[in-house]
Design a binder for this molecule. Structure first.
Ligand code: MLT
Ligand code: MN
Ligand code: ZN
Length: 281
């Protein structure tokens, strides 16, 4: 299985266009930019699935190389998009996929009901929408199976909270041939027993790296909200829980521009995802 990190930043990216914080200023100077959270996964190297569609998706896809179209004029290796939230940073890229001849989307019933782009996109492409079952396995092309678990209830600011309660999910994608698994959980408000079980035996996990510490947001922005209230367990609180998974490779993605590790590159004390990186096992 291969996981290509298309983008490793939280909403806004690094640097954020209107942010003059220390991290964004440094990123502007060094050119160490991060685009917003989205990854591509394949089991056979031929059929790829996108996990979320960041606003940066067009550039992410045109620079990825192995996601190029062909051999037919409109053939694409992208078989579908799996959405783990309905947030703008995970869904706005759907607009840039409207040129597809057919676009297959997966999400919880809540997420699919909430996204206003879905009715819009039906005017542009043959939209094939599938509800992601919670807990039950779903077969994907290329010898992969996906299972979803609901991890959070945070409603995007624009959305109608009445459409359901499966707002934020994590995905476990298993290679059918080897049984080896990848967990994607870049929006994780807390570490529950359910999530700990979901992670058991996974080879690699891309986890919530939005914030490093609990006081980061208040120190950087003066806002009183804590990372947990924003739906993101800080890395410092995830690290102790990872001791229960000593054989798993844990990589942190969806980094906010306040996170000091966003500019740390390979010097970081934990493994931080980099745009363009491939995780393979
Ligand atoms: C989040 O991850 O919490 C959201 O994407 C926040 C946002 O961009 O509004
Ligand atoms: Mn986000
Ligand atoms: Zn900033």
């Amino acid at each position: 299985m291969k996981v290509h990190i298309l983008g490793s930043a939280a909403g806004g990216g690094v640097p954020q266009w209107n942010c003059a914080c220390a991290g964004c200023t440094t990123a502007r100077r060094t050119g160490a930019h991060r685009t917003q959270d989205s990854v591509a996964v394949t089991g056979d190297g031929t059929a790829w699935y996108l996990l979320n569609a960041a606003p940066d998706i067009r550039t992410q896809l045109t620079t990825a190389g192995h996601l190029d179209p062909g051999p037919g004029r409109r053939d694409t290796p992208i078989r579908g998009v799996l959405l783990t939230t309905a947030e703008i940073d995970h869904t706005a890229g759907l607009l840039s996929l409207r040129e597809a001849e057919r676009l297959t989307l997966f999400g919880t019933g809540t997420v699919l009901a909430a996204i206003p782009l879905i009715p819009m996109l039906r005017h542009y492409t043959d939209l094939d929408v599938h509800e992601l079952p919670i807990g039950d396995p779903l077969a994907l092309d290329g010898g992969l199976t996906v299972r979803a678990v609901v991890v959070g209830t945070k409603v995007p600011r624009y959305a109608d909270p009445g459409v359901g309660d499966a707002w934020v999910s994590a995905l476990r994608i298993t290679d059918d041939r080897t049984g080896r698994a990848f967990v994607y959980a870049t929006c994780l408000p807390g570490w529950t027993e359910t999530f700990d079980d979901f992670l058991k035996g996974a080879d690699t996990a891309l986890l919530d790296g939005t914030f490093l510490t609990d006081d980061e947001m208040s120190r950087e922005t003066g806002l009183a909200r804590t990372p947990r209230q924003m739906g993101h367990l800080p890395i410092a609180d995830t690290v102790p829980a990872l001791r229960r998974h000593p054989d798993m490779r844990a990589v942190f993605g969806h980094l906010n521009n306040t996170n000091p590790l966003a500019g740390a590159g390979t010097q970081a004390p934990v493994e931080v995802a980099q745009d363009g990186q491939t995780l393979e096992w």
